[in-house]
Design a protein around this ligand. Structure first.
Ligand SMILES: C[S@@+](CC[C@H](N)C(=O)[O-])C[C@H]1O[C@@H](n2cnc3c(N)ncnc32)[C@H](O)[C@@H]1O
Length: 280
């Protein structure tokens, strides 16, 4: 099927497995790097001694725990509050303070691929710390409706909160006992969750900040390039794109961005408010 990985399972069966995921679970993995994806799926087939992807699909249909395992093993949903804390610190001190000042306190932000909500809620917490939450619009999208349901409930295990001090936990969460925590309503209600596929759907415009982290790991280069171009179009001049810690954009200048720091890209504005492409 490709130069990197030869599966012992049938290629046609794999194709129909991908089609079934779309039809039944609304999960479209077709634009993804198939060698990585298939290697991980094959490990699960071996684990359950299955002979075909179709058998595995039947198992996923019947058993929600197996479905969650599938998403987990593909690291499709893995997330936590303040993931890579030093990057959020940088966002807060070096980027958000200025963006907010330039916008008279307002901010329109998008967490693209928000999974179970930890990322947009992290952003809401930071904006609250900066005194700007009540003037912020935070939109959070994902194509996994199960993840969005969890996000809307806002209940998390201790594991998701490892990067938070006791003081921060007390300030922003209700301790429900049994090591579970619920995000407080004033944070929860500041985020609008929507279902959206980043590969196919049309994007909203005029964002000051787009956060898209740890989402593109299975995207092929063409899909990534298209996505970053679309993000560029969706940002306001002066807006910033914040990507994951292994997701440096090498051709950022071709797209029109300048690089503020590793993993932060800016759509610059010139004096007349138009964008320009930074040249070497
Ligand atoms: C590993 S999680 C990352 C969550 C969060 N951004 C973070 O960094 O902690 C990746 C998320 O991207 C979502 N995702 C993957 N491909 C997507 C697509 N084409 N459209 C929308 N969401 C997608 C997955 O459903 C998953 O919730």
């Amino acid at each position: 099927m490709n130069e990197f990985y030869n599966s012992i399972y049938d290629d046609k069966d794999y194709e129909s497995f991908l089609n079934n995921l779309i039809k039944y679970f609304n999960l479209d993995l077709k634009g993804y790097k198939q060698h990585r994806l298939r290697r991980r799926i094959d490990i699960l087939l071996k684990k359950y001694n299955l002979k075909s992807y179709n058998e595995y699909f039947e198992m996923l249909k019947k058993n929600p725990e197996k479905w969650n395992e599938f998403l987990d093993k593909l690291t499709i949903n893995v997330t936590e509050f303040f993931r890579n804390p030093e990057k959020w610190e940088f966002l807060k001190n070096e980027i958000l303070k200025d963006l907010i000042k330039e916008n008279n306190g307002k901010l329109k932000a998008w967490s693209a691929g928000c999974s179970t909500g930890e990322e947009p809620y992290t952003l809401a917490i930071i904006l609250h710390e900066l005194g700007s939450l009540n003037k912020a619009d935070i939109i959070a999208t994902d194509f996994d409706s199960g993840a969005l349901e969890k996000a809307i409930k806002g209940i998390y295990s201790e594991k998701s909160l490892v990067n938070l001090s006791k003081e921060m936990k007390d300030k922003y969460f209700i301790n429900l006992g049994d090591s579970t925590y619920q995000i407080k309503d004033f944070i929860k209600h500041s985020v609008l969750f929507k279902r959206m596929n980043l590969l196919y759907d049309t994007f909203d415009k005029n964002f000051d900040l787009i956060v898209c982290r740890n989402v593109v790991i299975y995207f092929d280069n063409e899909a990534k390039e298209r996505l970053y171009k679309n993000f560029f179009e969706s940002l306001k001049p002066g807006g910033v794109l914040f990507v994951g810690s292994t997701e440096r954009i090498f051709n950022y200048k071709d797209i029109g961005f300048s690089s503020i720091a590793p993993f932060f890209y800016k759509k610059e504005k010139n004096e007349s408010g138009n964008t320009f492409v930074e040249r070497k």
